[in-house]
Design a protein around this ligand. Structure first.
Ligand SMILES: Nc1ncnc2c1ncn2[C@@H]1O[C@H](COP(=O)(O)OP(=O)(O)OP(=O)(O)O)[C@@H](O)[C@H]1O
Ligand SMILES: [Mg+2]
Length: 266
């Protein structure tokens, strides 16, 4: 019998369609305490929809989701305190400064005292965000908005971080820092679910990876398992090769490039 005590997230055969598009199709996976789980898939594969279902922002037509033993929609308020979420879109609180946003978060999450203040100061410093702390969020660059969103998601020490392409738009140093933050978060017993298109990062920090295509899980496991799955072909495959192979995009790239060459040279 499997030990379910450490289970943080359980997604069981969920489906969600938009008219005739099967955005998520009979998808199952789980995440345990201390794990970093990476969701990979081409554009339109269903990553954001899956994340929104887990957060209770959408309702599945079929299947079950349990986050820390709770139901995403029925236990929405209780879960909000336990989840940190970074959305795909940049921050929406455009008429606030980061300082006002963090004060607002501190008041709704009841984060007070010196430890919360020093934690915030440390996050701001580590992501080089101190200098625009009091500027309007609407005036910040895309990457800097993203950093503020990441800090806002971790400030209340959630048990699970759910991040939809958290590294998009970040500079190299910030990617490193965020990577460190995710690893430290799991070392203290948290869990991370994130979607990404950056293969090196997924290969580097994920304990397990789920590759989805057209709403379905096409392969799942550690880097080792994934390599094994396609190992009949090539020993030296990195995650990018595995990903393209499993989502059946590897051959089409050559064809596309060939056609483009003809079009653009004519
Ligand atoms: N609100 C919606 N209405 C209609 N179709 C939608 C809606 N949201 C998502 N879809 C469709 O569902 C499919 C999955 O979209 P989703 O945003 O989950 O993909 P994704 O894997 O996050 O892609 P990306 O890498 O581009 O962010 C796509 O075909 C998309 O067009
Ligand atoms: Mg998406």
């Amino acid at each position: 019998m499997e030990n379910n005590e450490d289970l943080i997230l359980r997604v069981e055969k969920i489906s969600k369609s938009f008219k005739d598009v099967h955005a998520v199709d009979d998808l199952s996976f789980h995440i345990r305490k201390g794990e970093i789980y990476g969701l990979l898939g081409p554009n339109g594969a269903g990553k954001t929809t899956t994340i929104k279902l887990i957060l209770g922002l959408l309702e599945p037509e079929a299947g079950d989701i349990s986050v820390l033993g709770l139901h995403p929609q029925k236990d929405e308020l209780e879960l909000k305190a336990k989840i940190g979420y970074v959305s795909e879109e940049p921050l929406i609180y455009k008429s606030l400064t980061p300082k006002e946003l963090f004060n607002f978060i501190a008041s709704i999450r009841k984060l007070e005292g010196e430890s919360a203040t020093s934690k915030l100061a440390q996050y701001l410093e580590s992501l080089s965000a101190v200098e625009y702390y009091e500027r309007l969020i609407s005036t910040l660059s895309r990457g800097n908005k993203q950093k503020i969103q990441i800090i806002a998601a971790i400030l209340h020490d959630p048990e699970i971080l759910i991040l939809d392409e958290p590294l998009t738009g970040l500079d190299a140093k910030s990617v490193k820092v965020v990577k460190e933050i995710l690893e430290l978060h799991t070392k203290r017993g948290g869990a991370v679910l994130f979607s990404t298109h950056i293969m090196e990062i997924a290969e580097d920090i994920c304990d397990r990876i789920g590759i989805i295509n057209q709403g379905k899980m096409v392969a799942e496991g550690t880097m080792e398992t994934l390599k094994h799955k396609v190992s009949a072909m090539d020993e030296d495959m990195d995650l990018e090769d595995i990903f393209l192979r499993l989502t059946e995009q590897d051959n089409s790239i050559n064809e596309i490039v060939e056609k483009l060459r003809k079009t653009m040279n004519s």
